[in-house]
Design a protein around this ligand. Structure first.
Ligand code: GDD
Ligand code: MN
Length: 370
């Protein structure tokens, strides 16, 4: 690991003691794109915030001369820095590394291939200045778009976006959680300790900062300037794995299945030991509930700092579970009575409704936190 370009001073940098903005750019074999990128970026920044910024390139052993091109440019402009990682790979981890090295108050993350137009960066910074914590450059908001995508590619991207919204509810605050072009206030946004398995650092940042103010800024995702994409089939699998691991609703549902088994086991054991029926039923429920509570408290929501005390959470989860059962009962009973739906289907719909009610209350009230 080495860095370059810390020494030396250029004219526009003189008024700047510490950079306000750090631009983080991951690179893997992007040599022909670096020079036009830097030139357009510097022009855009100097025309908006002035000379007070740094550009951090995070390179993973590119073999096409990318580091050399960056070092060459950094000789004339000390605001450019290069971090060369050895024996490490991965887009999300490269970005995270760059964000850790950033010394600015604000950081912008963007690709090196000019698909994220440097001219859009000032608009992201303006939204941060106006109080946003996380600014997402979005293809899927009014005024945004993509250039030259087939219908299939667009559908896949939208599908992946909707999956993120379903599985990681914290991402619903933006129209484009898959964006690789975003800006954050480093003083207010918590970064992940370890990079997520996928390449979507933004999903992880949104998940870890449920209270952060998120603002979308439209942009058009351009065609790649030179070279080809580094993200293939494996990155899609990684993305799905990331969503599955990061999904609180999915964990909540799986834990619920575990709790059902605990419930049944206690119920049967007590009955076998000759306990009264009512006691067996109620203690079975209580055992399942305590099982669920413990895992939710230690794992499902453990990425949050809880606002409520332990007893309040314990009581709260009993209440939210009771509400879940109540909602489930009402839905199932209404479907059977008023619509004449098959009892099994009705009961399944009731289970789904009860699950949603219980999850929503648990996530928003019981384990509320930052
Ligand atoms: N250091 C490092 N290490 N950089 C990497 C790696 C890696 O393992 N993999 C890719 N990069 C760099 C590329 O050099 C490029 O600058 C940027 O990360 C994005 O990689 P591309 O290969 O151009 O990805 P893409 O165009 O298919 O997807 C991009 O756009 C999507 C839509 O906005 C990414 O930014 C996605 O995150 C984004 O969703
Ligand atoms: Mn690209």
């Amino acid at each position: 690991m080495y860095s370059a370009g810390r020494e030396g001073m250029t004219g526009s940098e003189r008024e700047c003691i510490a950079p306000i903005v750090s631009i983080v750019i991951p690179t893997l074999n992007e040599a022909p794109n670096i020079e036009p990128l830097v030139s357009r970026l510097v022009t855009a920044l100097e025309g908006s915030i002035g000379g007070c910024f740094e550009v951090i390139f995070v390179d993973d052993e590119s073999i096409d001369g990318t580091p050399e091109v960056i070092m060459k440019l950094a000789e004339d402009d000390s605001r450019l820095r290069l971090l060369s990682r050895r024996g490490e790979r991965g887009l999300a981890s490269a970005i995270l590394r760059g964000l850790r090295e950033a010394t600015g108050k604000y950081a912008v993350v963007m690709d090196a291939d000019l698909q994220h137009p440097p001219e859009d960066v000032p608009r992201l910074l303006k939204a941060l200045e106006e109080g946003a914590d996380i600014v997402v450059a979005s293809r899927y908001t009014r005024g945004g778009g993509v250039e030259g995508w087939s219908r299939v590619r667009l559908l896949m991207s939208l599908g992946a976006t909707i999956l993120a919204w379903i599985l990681v509810p914290e991402t619903r605050r933006t129209s484009d959680p898959m964006s690789g072009f975003f800006a954050i206030n480093l003083e207010r946004v918590k970064l992940p300790q370890t990079p997520p398995p996928g390449f979507k650092l933004l999903v992880e940042i949104l998940r870890l900062n449920p209270k952060a103010r998120v603002v979308d800024v439209p942009y058009v995702f351009r065609r790649r300037h030179e070279g080809r994409s580094k993200l293939g089939f494996k990155s899609m699998i990684d993305y799905l794995a990331h969503l599955a691991i990061a999904s609180s609703p999915l964990r909540f549902a799986l834990v619920g299945l575990g709790g059902t088994i605990v419930n049944l086991t206690v119920f049967r054991t007590l009955l076998g030991a000759g306990a009264p029926l009512d006691a067996a039923i109620l203690l079975g429920f209580e055992a399942g509930l305590l099982f669920n509570f413990t895992i939710h408290d230690r794992i499902t929501f453990s990425h949050r700092r809880y606002e409520r005390s332990f007893p309040a959470r314990l009581l709260g989860y009993h209440l939210s579970s009771a509400v879940g059962v109540g909602v489930g009962y009402l839905v199932s009973r209404s479907l059977i009575t008023f619509i004449g739906l098959h009892p099994i289907l009705s009961q399944l719909a009731g289970i789904a409704a009860g699950f949603i009610a219980n999850y929503t209350l648990s996530s928003r009230k019981v384990w509320r936190g930052t």
